[in-house]
Design a protein around this ligand. Structure first.
Ligand code: NAP
Length: 289
């Protein structure tokens, strides 16, 4: 397969390395001389854009490039038959692809990528906690809000280090699993009641759960590590006013483990292509008839 990479950061460079190692041909726009340069993507089978695809909703995210690639420029570079893989394209770009009849897939929507990203996110959060805490994680009281992908993996590694782990959830089934794994369970809406015991608090819930009443129960020196996507889960104005220690930790996979994060994108794209291939076989077509 011939890939043309347009923009993207260190994670996409790792994808390029793995594609080449897998026998694929790779050229790139927006990577200087670090990858074989392309003038356009006309002869590419697959076009790969970064994560996120854009940061300003106008141009392609290409931090290593010297050129600005507007959405118009991008559309002009593409061969209409190419398959485009992009991470979190905004509505405007998605609409442009649809109008131009370009087949695109948002690889960030795939569950395996979310799970693979949860691992470096949890590790990055743990590193932050260790940097901020004056005590060892062993026997530290850790409160994890949310028992989704990140919450599950974070609780697992914290317990592995000998921490006392309390995890919050809102579903009875999750509360039962939390207990089954040997953590203390608390209903998210009651989590503030255990906040005063915590040496560190990790939030993974993308909703305002650490409100003023919660913050009033937290000791000022206790790091509150907010992992949820912006605007996060903390009343930051009240936290600042009341002198609490809030650390907003965004985009950790790309920051703490770009190679691992790149490998996760590579695996995800290969999975999608393999599924497409199986779906297009005569057997699969017959099954659908
Ligand atoms: P997830 O698997 O969807 O887990 C989210 C958890 O929050 C679940 O336990 C969910 O409960 C709970 N939750 C959601 N809305 C809630 C509400 N209104 N009240 C109470 N509980 C609620 O998500 P994830 O993959 O773990 O990611 C968590 C957050 O981190 C997301 O915002 C994600 O975008 C972000 N993220 C951050 C980084 C980083 O570097 N900081 C990296 C990747 C992802 P239910 O299961 O009951 O819905």
């Amino acid at each position: 397969m011939k890939y043309c990479i347009i923009g993207g950061d260190a994670r996409i460079r790792e994808v390029a390395r793995l594609l080449e190692a897998d026998g694929d041909a790779v050229c790139a726009i927006g990577h200087g001389d670090a990858l074989p340069r392309a003038e356009n993507a006309q002869d590419a089978d697959i076009v790969l854009l970064g994560l996120p695809t854009s940061r300003d909703h106008k141009t392609i995210y290409a931090p290593f490039g010297d050129e600005t690639i507007s959405y118009d420029t991008l559309l002009g570079l593409l061969n209409r038959k190419a398959r485009v893989f992009c991470g979190m394209p905004d509505a405007a770009l998605a609409a442009r692809f649809r109008t131009a009849g370009i087949l695109f897939t948002d690889y960030f929507e795939r569950e395996e990528l979310a799970v693979l990203n949860a691992i470096p996110t949890a590790e990055g959060a743990l590193a932050l906690a260790m940097e901020k805490l004056p005590i060892a994680m062993h026997h530290a009281n850790c409160l994890v809000l949310g028992f989704g992908r990140i919450g599950k993996y974070l609780a697992h590694i914290l317990k592995g280090m000998g921490a006392h782990v309390t995890v919050s959830a809102r579903r009875a089934s999750d509360m039962t699993w939390i207990e089954a794994y040997g953590y203390h369970a608390t209903d998210t809406k009651n989590a503030k009641e255990v906040a005063d015991k915590a040496d560190v608090i990790f939030n993974t819930i993308p909703s305002l759960v650490i409100d003023a009443a919660f913050l009033d129960r937290v000791r000022p020196s206790v790091p509150i590590i907010d992992l949820a996507s912006m605007p996060g889960g903390v009343d930051t104005a009240y936290a600042e006013k009341s002198g609490k220690t809030v650390l907003s930790a965004q985009s950790l996979p790309g920051k703490v483990a770009p190679k691992t994060a790149g490998e996760a994108i590579f695996r995800t794209i290969k999975n999608i292509l393999q599924e497409d291939f199986h779906e297009s076989t005569p057997c699969a077509q017959k099954r659908r008839e």
